[in-house]
Ligand binder design. Structure first.
Ligand code: GRF
Length: 219
């Protein structure tokens, strides 16, 4: 599937980095079309930085607090991404809103994972809100980043059931397990050149099952 050299990917994190770990694991496969070339955090003490370093991956930590404005911070981040010759950016629990300037630099080359079936439940506390609203199906979405938060052409989604007795924590765990499946899958589609953006749609030329996962109700 991969054409040409593997794409150099930066994972941007703020915390534990479990999605970053799922991308690192996928990228260990020899035929995977991307490598995780850099892990960059805006939190100097993000646990994911230690995990990445232990795996021999280059890391960088830039605190947004050391910069006068959001855009100053982003210009510093952008310089680091350029130093590492990054092709694609994967936001993986990166808890900073991005300016239109930064998004413009990476438009069509920056992915995000959101713990809900977009366009439902943009923003924070998605699992609490899904339970409050009584939805029966919840999930996760990988999408290209556009200036609006938690919007942009959708690359892959996973749907999971909401069951009696769910708490935000049990639902989050069910969703997170699927995040770890669809993020590597979406990055593979993008890095291999299989995706084409047509308005709000991402066309992949793949089977439906390659970018949509429906997880059955647990027994
Ligand atoms: C995930 O739920 C992701 O969907 C959201 O932030 C969380 C990050 O978790 N954007 P992790 O750091 O990848 O474990």
């Amino acid at each position: 599937m991969s054409v040409g050299p593997r794409k150099r990917v930066a994972a941007l994190i703020s915390g534990r980095g479990s999605n970053m770990i799922s991308l690192m694991a996928a990228a260990r496969q020899p035929d995977y079309p991307a490598e995780i070339a850099l892990v960059l955090s805006n939190k100097l003490d993000a646990p994911g930085l230690v995990t990445a370093r232990d795996a021999g991956i280059a890391t960088a930590a830039l605190s947004h607090k050391d910069h006068a404005s959001r855009e100053d911070f982003e210009r510093a981040m952008h310089a680091v991404l350029e130093e590492h010759a990054i092709d694609l950016v994967c936001l993986a629990g990166f808890m900073r809103l991005l300016t239109p300037w930064f998004v413009g630099q990476w438009q069509g080359r920056m992915l995000n994972i959101h713990p809900a079936l977009l366009p439902s439940f943009r923003g924070l506390h998605t699992h609490e809100r899904a339970l409050e609203d009584g939805v029966k199906i919840h999930g996760a979405t990988v999408h290209f980043v556009v200036p609006d938060m938690d919007a942009g052409p959708i690359i892959a989604q996973a749907a999971v059931p909401v069951v009696d007795g769910d708490t935000p924590a049990t639902l989050a765990a069910r969703v997170l397990a699927q995040e770890h499946v669809i993020y590597p899958l979406a990055l593979k589609l993008v890095a291999s050149g299989a995706t084409r953006i047509d308005g709000n749609r991402v066309l992949t030329g793949e089977q439906v099952s390659d970018h949509l996962l429906v997880v059955p109700t647990p027994a």
